[in-house]
Design a protein around this ligand. Sequence first.
Ligand code: TXE
Length: 503
Amino acid sequence: MPDIPATLKTYQAHIDGKWVDAASGKTFQTINPYTGEPWALIPECDKEDVDRAVRAAARAFESGPWPGMTQTARGRLLRRIAALIEKHAQHLAEIEVRDNGKLISEMHAQTKYLPEWFNYYGGLADKIQGAVVPVDRPDHFTYILKEPVGVCGFIIPWNSPLMLAGWKLAPALAAGCTVVIKPSEFTSASLLEFMRLVIQEAEVPPGVINVVTGYGAVAGEPLVTHPLVSKVAFTGGTLTGARVNELAAKTFKKVSLELGGKSPNIVFDDCVLDDAVSGAISGIFAATGQTCIAGSRLLLQETIHDKFVEKLVAMAKTARLGDPSLPTTQVGPVTTPPQYRKILGYIDIAKGEGAKCVLGGGPAPAAEGGGTYFVKPTIFTGVENRMRIAQEEVFGPVLSVIKFKDEEDAVRIANDIAYGLGAGVWTQSVRRAHTMARRIKAGTVWVNTYRAVSFLMPFGGYKASGLGRENGMEAIEGYLQTKSVWINNGPGGGNPFIMKTAS
Ligand code: TXE
């Protein structure tokens, strides 16, 4: 471990409205992936801290100002949070970049857009309502109540910490839940800054939102297994997601999972070629490929394959690697050392499988970016869909180009995968656009665009890409319980030994 510079910033966890060290007193360093230098110390929370945070969230759920707050007042609070995020968007983006090395232009765009989630779900807070049901019994009054599920545990990855936490937090608060958030051990700082600048300033009651920092197995698992947690919302890798799902099942928690992907970006010969080339590039090289919706399988119709690859390589070659905090940089470093090793490992696997490397294919020399974990934008052609480089998530700037013959062939290849998160289709045919959108098994299909998200549009995966949906009206259901209430206004009685089914 490098020596601790005297200038390291020290963070604390946030439990029950207070800033606290880990009970063990332990800390770990967080590293700037561009410089490779540690810049802050983060509390290494464990089971004991998680238990304190969950109990605080459970108390805040049951008593105090939170459960007494009207839905309209909750809506106002969410809009206050939105305004504060807007005020601090630049600073929050800078902290994200320092921790995850993604481009400032992308992180700032995310933090500037994030208030919309809190405005949207703030608006939705007092539209959450039950129903009166005209039940098939005389003299009965029956209604449905919508109630918050209770304490929610959020597990957040390192690629877009604030955005992915916000996608969960806004609907959870609107529903009336309380929350414990465990950010990734690689990127804890932005959520702690968010607690200081936004949540405290907005005067969210103590215990409603808690942040415990630490490692997955040590701080994440106790959150997933805690008996007082009613819902787990997880974004991360598919293997970890499967473990989280298994653990959460033991205490029958609601679970939503947003996991990995190996999304097909499908280009037909009737597309606008230059648009599709830009879409293919931004689909894989934006965020250094470290996004769950990366268009990592580029499916090219054979009639345009060679011409397209030529243009693709020519454009990808111009990518400016470098300091992610500069607005002119186009590709930043890889966020974590394990991720860096994983990407280079997959490049070797692809070469070993016989794919042809037509661009990049290894680490970028430090001089190019001045930083440590850089990988050259890499393109493989001649990839067959059965190869590991086509089937497994790399989560890096590595594109696999696969040829297809016709629509039928494209659908077959696109769906022949364990994942189902996103897909792109490039065509000018309206019929083809709708047909492909219907036939591809993925949670999102983009036509003539790629990697667009909105607070209004549900987001999530088919198959191994996850469970449940974030964003839009649908997300709120994941934070609600449904209760049926039966009131008999007539005479009671009947046979006490027989269930009262419809007469
Ligand atoms: O993710 P993990 P990692 C994919 C991507 C990447 C791979 C591994 O392919 O290469 O996952 O990345 C917490 N119980 N994605 O190892 O392990 C952990 O502390 C409870 C896709 O970084 O999934 C962190 O907070 N929690 C993805 C969070 O889970 C546990 C984004 C994510 O870490 C835990 C990131 C456990 N046993 C990676 N183990 C996306 N969908 O965007 C770990 N965690």
